[in-house]
Design a protein around this ligand. Structure first.
Ligand SMILES: [Zn+2]
Length: 388
């Protein structure tokens, strides 16, 4: 019996090796399981944070050992003291602790599914506490969609958003393997299970596992609120983005959206102070001039800031973040200096890359289904299920 088993085993091994060899020679890739979980940074805290759960919480050390449990409904504080993680003033060595519960865990305003990982991190010689939520990707998407669009929106627009959000999540999970977290709760607006709605959950469930694939890879499917007439490619907004991304498209579908047109007025001294607090080194501000525009959308991609001892080239996203993205709502604007003030007049809200959310809503109302909407805003991308 034993010999027979060994023979069977070696025959089996030979078959597997031959099969793998054949696949290798044919240049085929092996199917890889799509990721199931995501690690979301909820906050980087320098002060104690209050947590609570409606069920018992188990606190486990880095080695997986149970440190202690916390009663259901009992509030507890987590923080950092010197180099140790603190829970209710008890100090723990090691890089991280894990909190599990069969119920939801409250972190600040958010009610979270999954587990919480408390991890130490050192930045500029200061130790901070990273509060990371690890949960199922589908549950994460359910906590994103109602915070990215309105749950009352047409179901096809909700489904398009679910797929864009899922692809964006997959991309980050795959590209951040081995790091403490995959993305932060503001990368896409994740506010937890407390914000889930029946409508948005059904859009997520109906598209379960579906993602956008572009040139053979999951697409980092950026999206923005109102494109203002034309969508943009990422490298015109962020310097670092180097992956493949579909070209920008014309969009006449967000014309009735709030913020399709916007205006802002800022004083020269206000702009100067804001740029300085964002880390730009400059003297007295003299002038601001758009120096580069995207070829297709004519969106400003870079500005030249002239000041008393030189000039700076500032990327549009850095400029908007420094001045306030709620003031300078997009990179599609004209500006005029009159006296000590700068008058901005622009179109759109957000960076303008990828799907225009209000445009998607209009298309859904016109009868486009979610596949057609995604095809429109991500030309060349395919929707595929359960693959990476
Ligand atoms: Zn648009």
């Amino acid at each position: 019996m034993k010999i027979l088993n060994r023979e069977k085993m070696s025959a089996g091994i030979c078959f597997v090796l031959l099969a793998f060899g054949a696949l290798f020679l044919l240049g085929m890739s092996f199917p890889i399981r799509p990721p199931e979980n995501i690690n979301v940074l909820i906050m980087q805290a320098s002060r104690p944070v209050e947590l609570c759960s409606n069920e018992i919480c188990a606190v486990k050390t880095q080695n997986g050992l149970l440190a202690f449990t916390i009663r259901a409904g009992s509030k507890f504080e987590v923080g950092i003291y010197k180099d140790d993680i603190l829970i209710n003033n008890k100090r723990y060595k090691g890089d991280y602790l894990t909190i599990t519960s069969s119920g939801l865990i409250d972190v600040g305003e958010r009610k979270l599914k999954g587990i919480i990982r408390l991890r130490k991190t050192v930045k500029d010689n200061k130790t901070f506490l990273l509060v990371i939520n690890r949960l199922d990707i589908e549950d994460y998407i359910k906590g994103v969609v109602p915070n990215e669009v309105y749950p009352t929106w047409n179901i096809q627009a909700l489904k398009a958003q679910a797929i864009a959000s899922r692809s964006y999540a997959f991309y980050h999970v795959i590209n951040n393997e081995g790091t403490p977290y995959d993305l932060s709760s503001v990368s896409q607006n994740y506010a937890g299970a407390g914000t889930e709605t029946r409508e948005t959950n059904s859009a997520v469930d109906a598209t379960r596992g579906e993602i956008l694939i572009y040139k053979g890879k999951p697409l980092c499917s950026f999206f923005s609120t109102v494109c203002g007439g034309c969508t943009e490619i990422p490298e015109n907004v962020w310097v670092k983005f180097k992956d493949n991304f579909p070209k920008g498209v014309k969009c006449r579908h967000c014309r009735n959206a709030p913020d399709y047109k916007w205006q802002a007025v800022l004083s020269m001294s206000e702009i100067e102070t804001k740029l300085r607090s964002a880390g730009f080194k400059l003297g007295t501000l003299k002038s601001i001039r758009p120096s580069k525009r995207s070829k297709y959308g004519k969106r400003i991609t870079e500005l030249t800031i002239v000041h008393s001892y030189g000039s700076l080239n500032v990327k549009i996203n850095d400029f908007r973040m420094a001045l306030g993205s709620k003031k300078v709502k997009s990179g599609l604007f004209k500006l005029k200096k009159r006296g000590k003030r700068v008058y901005f007049g622009g179109k759109g809200h957000g960076h303008g890359v990828g799907m225009c959310q209000y445009g998607a809503l209009t298309l859904a109302k016109k009868g486009y289904n979610y596949k057609k909407i995604l095809k429109y805003y991500y030309p060349g991308a395919k929707i595929e299920k359960n693959r990476i």
